[in-house]
Write a protein that binds this ligand. Structure first.
Ligand SMILES: Nc1ncnc2c1ncn2[C@@H]1O[C@H](COP(=O)(O)OP(=O)(O)OP(=O)(O)O)[C@@H](O)[C@H]1O
Ligand SMILES: [Mg+2]
Length: 331
């Protein structure tokens, strides 16, 4: 069965057309990630799915049911926001039980689900604490716990990790991936962080200016981007783009090369002036210039490269991408 289906979904706020003809099917148990730059409509899309906003047109099905007119509480969804919005006067247990109490679930059911969720999230020792007595990561886990106990058909996450520091973000990302495996639940997750998208998703939806640019598995999008926007958005550091004029005079095509596909070689076709070097230990990121054009190379291992020096870079022709003047991929 399809966990979520969107057919020609549009959303306008007055004159502002924010979501444009969104079509998407998410299978049961699938983890779909909406990714795109700030303001492209990710949160609006999630809020439309949740029922916190009405779609201006189009159809939304959750678990096979047409839900356009169904209130959020009856859609079988649970949402986790960036701001965890825990109730400060309730303990962890109180926060996690609240929605179930409002649903008038029997005490034994509430107790059992809170127990199970707190075990999964390693919160067992904190059930009687108040949110102010928890770390940011623990609070975010409580917010996720609040969603789990409701046993929704579909989990909705809106940038749940962006308030956490880098190390905690990675840990929590792994926890969410594990949780997805354990629960086998369908999840829709919003982020502007391409690493989160690549590592969590079964299916990525790249949005730009309210439109779907491409849908596919992380590796499909990385290996086979439909256009220059997707190619530049996924992968870190971002793909390098060379105007055709820089390489073969007169050609209007843009050539794309990923930083990890460049390597140092004495007879490389690109002579660059090194501008900045990041020694990461396992890798070395070099930001360099050919004429005024900036090029980033991600070199494997450690290199004694210094700003101001020259470097010859090579690449394999089968690791390049070509785009026309409108940014569409040319094969
Ligand atoms: N209630 C509203 N009224 C008018 N415009 C709105 C409203 N809510 C959102 N918008 C506009 O819709 C667009 C998409 O907003 P949205 O919050 O969905 O973006 P986003 O992709 O989640 O961005 P971010 O990554 O910054 O969270 C923005 O241009 C925003 O200004
Ligand atoms: Mg948002």
């Amino acid at each position: 069965m399809t966990a979520l289906s969107l057919k020609n979904v549009n959303k306008s706020f007055g004159e502002v057309h924010v979501l444009k003809d969104i079509n998407l099917d998410v299978d049961e148990g699938e983890f779909v990630v909406f990714v795109g730059p700030s303001g492209c409509g990710k949160s609006t899309l999630l809020r439309v799915i949740a029922g916190l906003e009405d779609a201006s047109s189009g159809d939304i099905h959750i678990g096979g049911d047409h839900v356009n007119l169904t209130p959020p509480s009856k859609r079988g969804i649970a949402m986790v926001f960036q701001s965890y919005a825990l109730y400060p006067h309730l303990t962890v247990r109180g926060n996690m039980s609240l929605a179930l109490k409002q649903e008038r679930q029997p005490k034994s059911v509430i107790e059992e689900r809170v127990q199970k969720a707190s075990q999964m999230l390693d919160l067992g020792a904190y059930l009687d604490r108040y949110p102010s007595e928890l770390s940011g990561g623990q609070r975010q886990r409580v917010a996720i716990g609040r969603a789990i106990v409701r046993e929704p058909k579909l989990f909705l996450f809106d940038e749940p990790l962006s308030n956490l520091d880098a190390a905690l973000r990675m840990n929590t990302r792994i926890e969410i991936a594990n949780l997805h495996r354990q629960l086998g639940a369908s999840m829709a997750y919003v982020t502007h962080d391409q690493t989160e998208a690549m590592t969590l998703a079964d299916k990525i939806v790249v949005l730009r200016d309210g439109r779907v640019e491409q849908i596919g598995s992380p590796m499909e999008l990385y290996n086979n981007p439909a256009n220059q926007f997707v190619a530049g958005f996924l992968g870190a550091p971002s793909m390098n783009f060379f105007p055709g004029t820089l390489l073969t005079p007169g050609d209007t095509r843009t050539l794309g090369i990923r930083p990890e596909d460049l390597f140092v070689t004495d007879d490389g076709p690109l002579t660059v002036r090194v501008g900045h070097v990041e020694h990461l230990g396992g890798d070395t990121n070099v930001v360099a210039y050919a004429k005024d054009h900036q090029i980033t190379a991600r070199l494997f291992g450690q290199h004694d490269v210094r700003p101001g020096g020259d470097l010859r870079l090579g690449f394999r022709t089968d690791s390049t991408y070509a785009f026309d003047q409108h940014g569409a991929r040319v094969i």
